[in-house]
Write a protein that binds this ligand. Structure first.
Ligand SMILES: [Zn+2]
Length: 420
């Protein structure tokens, strides 16, 4: 750390050791060797495009011999976005992962059901659980070796206490359980919690999944480039790990950043060595607020609304797919594992709902109430149909497959899919 504090040290490290960032800062007229407090706010943002342009090692800021692992994020364009970690970087990320309120101990058996291939997600939980002394079941995802029938067997026979998965995986697994005569809320008595990431999670969907499995849900938020940036406390509230990162909220219209408010999340790591994370734009629209949670950790709270490109306007209101999801799952509690997909055309929402055979009758009874809620909370007219099992989401088209990694729930009239 320099005499100017952690931010100066981070920016100097990036400037001295990452050829790509040195050029970028030079082009912007930034000279971090003459540090002033206002300099940081003038440092250009790093974007996902920078990661692509710097491929393969323009952002690398340590000697190759110091790199412990290389990861790449999933990306939808096919262009690789590499990210590097030293042993020290991994040590620090595992410490952050253990801040999650799920509170892993040596008594836990953790089934990891997120991808191990190139992403950091599974490795984060795998390493953190091992460090806590827990037993790990490395099930993984995006592999034909791990159909949901096998996941259910592993959960039961090894008496898993925690599952780490995308929320949609919990719905798919619940459906497979019901198909095989198992009740997810009754027949997995050792399972106490799920840590979920990789998909947004509205408050109503969180409750819905907690009731479906009779467990507590603990969200985790981050990316392969940054690893975990925030997670649930013991009360289930999503907090930012503000002792490890500087978080800024970017007003994309004015270009101004603030520590609180609604806008795009921008992150700077205080610790990262192998690939400095300096003013990295996450692409997610969030609301960051001062903490009011009884956990009293002092860490800010955050709501994640979704990608800016997924927003749609109803009148003068900007809505996100997660707003629709919250209304859907709030109205369909107790209907079993429900999938939904929809289409927005101005103020018209066309929804398809799908459950198991047994849940279909319950869904039909709820459509009027759901329609009323959509009108009251979203200001939209709706057309709702209940579709047979397997129409929108089939187990053999499970989102483990490439391209379906994140399910598309909502399409706008422009035909663009919204990945939630
Ligand atoms: Zn809290």
């Amino acid at each position: 750390m320099t005499e100017h504090g952690p931010l100066a040290a981070i920016v100097n490290h990036a400037h001295h050791h990452s050829p790509y960032l040195r050029d970028k800062y030079r082009a912007a007229g930034i000279d971090p060797t003459s540090w002033s407090d206002s300099l940081f706010s003038r440092i250009p943002f790093t974007t996902k495009d920078d990661l692509r342009r710097a491929y393969p090692d323009g952002l690398l800021a340590v000697a190759r011999s110091e790199v412990a692992v290389v990861h790449e994020s999933s990306g939808t364009t096919g262009e690789p976005t590499p990210t590097y970690f030293t042993e020290g970087d991994i040590d620090e990320w595992l410490g952050r992962m253990l801040l999650n309120g799920v509170g892993l101990t040596e008594r836990d058996v953790v089934l990891v059901k997120t991808p191990y291939s190139m992403l950091t997600t599974a490795h984060q939980m795998h390493g953190a659980a091992r460090r806590a002394g827990a037993t790990v079941i490395p099930a993984g995802s995006r592999t034909e070796l791990m159909p949901f029938g096998r996941v259910l067997r592993l959960l039961r026979d090894y008496r898993a206490t925690v599952i780490y998965a995308m929320p949609v995986m919990l719905i798919l697994a619940a459906r497979r359980a019901l198909e095989t005569g198992l009740d997810p809320a009754q027949d997995f008595p050792d399972l106490r919690a799920a840590v979920v990431n990789g998909e947004l999670l509205s408050p109503a969907k969180k409750r819905f999944l907690e009731e479906l499995w009779s467990i507590a849900l603990f969200p985790d938020y981050g990316s392969t480039e940054t690893t975990t940036l925030g997670g649930a406390c013991a009360y289930g509230t999503l907090h930012l790990w503000s002792d490890h990162f500087l978080f800024e909220v970017l007003d994309t219209e004015s270009g101004q950043c603030s520590p609180r408010g609604t806008g795009e999340l921008v992150v700077t790591s205080y610790h990262r060595r192998a690939m400095p994370i300096v003013r990295y734009r996450m692409g997610d629209i969030v609301t960051v607020t001062d903490p009011t949670c009884p956990c009293d950790t002092g860490r800010p709270e955050m709501l994640v609304h979704g990608r800016a490109s997924d927003a749609f306007m109803v009148g003068t209101r900007r809505l996100f797919p997660i707003d629709v999801e919250d209304v859907v799952y709030g109205s369909l509690r107790g209907c079993g594992p429900v999938f939904w997909s929809g289409e927005v055309d101005r103020d018209q929402l066309t929804l398809a709902l799908e459950s198991t055979d047994r849940g279909t009758a319950a869904l039909r009874q709820r459509t009027d109430a759901l329609s009323t809620e959509i009108s009251a909370r979203l200001g939209m007219r709706s057309r709702i149909s209940v579709v047979p099992p397997g129409t929108t989401m089939t187990l053999d088209r499970q989102p483990e497959q490439e391209g379906l990694l994140k399910p598309v729930y909502l399409h706008t009239s422009a035909g663009r899919g919204s990945r939630v």
